[in-house]
Design a protein around this ligand. Structure first.
Ligand SMILES: [Fe+2]
Length: 359
């Protein structure tokens, strides 16, 4: 079975949709160049060069699809997970190899499994071969020198100090999160295809089915979009959670897991920039049977004695965003307070183990 052409066709379709000619050309060079380096490195290490090539082809698809490099490795692994499941041409073990390599490829300062390392080395080698200015962060330099040694490429060793990382990541701020949510919610965005702001809110979900799946169910996607714009680093799906951040339940589980979840009582007063998770606020006749209690969410703008002012997407399932006054009663489940300067960290997650539950 010719598997590489099937994957190439999938990747080409994504790259062809990049609007800028220069970015499109760079994407082709990068995807195919890294794939070729993967293949050579895998051959040398007596690994499966086809699987390595495929991981190289797929490794940056999320960045090409969304135009954003933010958590593109982790989100890209989830995008590829859905895509290669639909291709139905890989065994579960092969899927794990491909997806794990994509997931970890940004962590070049760490050492992971054999195929994960092939992709990291391939991207590093390709950057070296493709540019005279060695467009590498300083942390890649020891890795590059190792690869040059392994392939007996004789060049003057690149010095550690030669290239310092220059990109400064924006830090998450709750106040900015609330400002963005307030501004967007006040636009009364309608969840339709012809609404560019809405399409921007749901752009993180790569599958063609995303629009229909999020129809009248985009409150959590609204929160995710505002959080990303406020500088948070969060992939669309984070191990160990089963669902993406487009679901209210994932915000709740993630908040609990990180110690960010609070209940409205004398020890905790909700404030601007908290995420509110509602408790059965949707009336039973409008809810599917056996649906969970956490059925809606929004971003708190202020707390005024018995009421909250909240910025929400899909207010009251009316497919529109807005700012609404909510009573602090039993319909309030809990709050997620993300600390300022929150840093995403998946260093301790075992992605391969996690894949056995979602693959
Ligand atoms: Fe990448």
């Amino acid at each position: 079975m010719k598997r590489i052409p099937i994957v190439k066709q999938y990747v080409d379709n994504i790259i062809e949709n990049i609007i800028s000619t220069e970015e499109r050309r760079n994407a082709y060079i990068h995807a195919y160049g890294v794939a070729q380096c993967c293949s050579i490195i895998a051959d040398k290490r007596r690994l499966d060069s086809e699987l390595a090539y495929i991981s190289g082809l797929l490794h940056d698809i999320y960045a090409y699809f969304t135009g954003s490099h933010l958590c593109h490795a982790q989100s890209g692994a989830d995008m590829a997970r859905v895509a290669i499941k639909r291709m139905n041409i890989f065994s579960d073990d092969e899927k794990k190899i491909i997806l794990s390599a994509i997931f970890y490829h940004s962590h070049k300062e760490l050492i992971h499994d054999k195929y994960d390392e092939v992709l990291k080395d391939a991207e590093t080698l390709h950057a070296f071969l493709n540019t005279s200015s060695f467009n590498l962060f300083h942390i890649d330099v020891p890795r590059l020198n190792r690869i040059l040694g392994e392939f007996e490429i004789i060049v003057k060793p690149i010095e550690n100090e030669m290239k310092k990382g220059t990109s400064v990541k924006k830090a998450f701020k709750r106040s900015e999160f609330a400002d963005i949510a307030e501004e967007l919610a006040a636009k009364n965005i309608c969840g339709e295809r012809d609404n560019n702001i809405y399409m921007d809110i749901i752009k993180y979900y790569p599958e063609a089915s995303a629009f229909d799946e999020l129809k009248n169910s985009w409150c959590a996607a609204f929160v995710y979009h505002c959080a990303l714009r406020a500088g948070i680093e969060l992939p669309i799906k984070q191990p160990p959670f089963k669902y993406r951040f487009a679901g209210v339940g994932t915000w709740y589980e993630w908040g609990k897991d990180n110690g960010f979840c609070f209940h409205d009582n004398e020890d905790f007063i909700p404030s601007r920039g908290d995420i509110v998770i509602y408790n059965n606020i949707v009336s039973p006749e409008n809810k599917p049977e056996n649906s969970p209690w956490h059925d809606h969410t929004g971003v708190v703008l202020s707390c005024e004695s018995e009421y909250l002012i909240v910025a929400e997407g899909n207010i009251n399932n009316q497919n529109v965003s807005g700012i609404i006054k909510r009573k602090r009663d039993g319909t309030i489940g809990c709050f997620i307070r993300i600390p300022d300067d929150y840093k995403y960290n998946d260093y301790n997650s075992d992605y391969k183990e996690y894949l056995t539950t979602v693959i």
